[in-house]
Design a protein around this ligand. Structure first.
Ligand code: AMP
Length: 191
């Protein structure tokens, strides 16, 4: 199995690159942000719970996120593995993911971190906000909160994967296809 964690700050291009990766390698896409937005649109209890955190640009509590991912993994799609996008975002989530994957005897193969400077992230998110309909992309203060939350709560996850020798840095600026090519170079080592 090929299990990839695609990591990076909001606006790094995780969603764009995920679409290409799941297509090329036949992976199940697990985007916790997308799953929360789906729950929100469907008006579920979990969606309502997540909304206030999402609206403020804060992280949804670990137990809620982990429970949701656990349920999603249990769906057991016929794919070559999983692509985790926007998850894990805390050390607690990273540990829980390892436990879930160990249980299924399919460890994380590699972690790819998209590197994009902060100013570029802000420009991209404001641009995306014009068409995405996402309230969290349309307000500069919320965007800054999300980047700060990333730096304070999510960045330690990079160290977690460095310690496991699974961390790989890819430049996330430039042509989408060039970035994809660089990601694939790392992914191909695990086929
Ligand atoms: P995203 O689409 O990945 O930018 O996520 C949008 C929002 O959903 C985030 O700002 C968080 O409020 C919430 N969210 C998504 N993934 C997670 C996660 N792994 N842990 C906690 N909150 C999350």
């Amino acid at each position: 199995m090929l299990n990839i964690v695609l990591f990076g700050p909001p606006g790094a291009g995780k969603g764009t690159q995920s679409e290409k990766l799941i297509d090329k390698y036949n992976l199940a896409h697990i985007s916790t942000g997308d799953l929360f937005r789906k729950n929100l649109n469907e008006g579920t209890k979990m969606g309502k719970l997540a909304q206030k955190y999402m609206d403020e640009g804060n992280l949804v509590p670990d137990e809620v996120v982990i429970g949701m991912v656990d349920e999603r993994i249990k769906e057991r799609e016929e794919t070559n593995g999983y692509l985790f996008d926007g998850f894990p975002r805390t050390i607690e989530q990273a540990k829980a993911l390892d436990r879930l994957m160990d249980k299924n005897e399919t460890p994380i193969s590699t972690m790819i971190s998209l590197d994009v400077p902060e100013e570029e992230l802000i420009t991209r998110l404001l641009e995306r906000g014009k068409t995405s309909g996402r309230p969290d992309d349309q307000n500069l203060d919320k965007i800054k909160t999300r980047i700060q939350v990333y730096q304070e709560e999510t960045l330690p996850v990079a160290t977690y994967y460095k310690e496991q020798k699974k961390y790989n840095d890819v430049v996330g600026v430039g042509a989408i296809d060039k970035i994809f090519e660089n990601i694939c170079k790392e992914v191909d080592k695990h086929l």
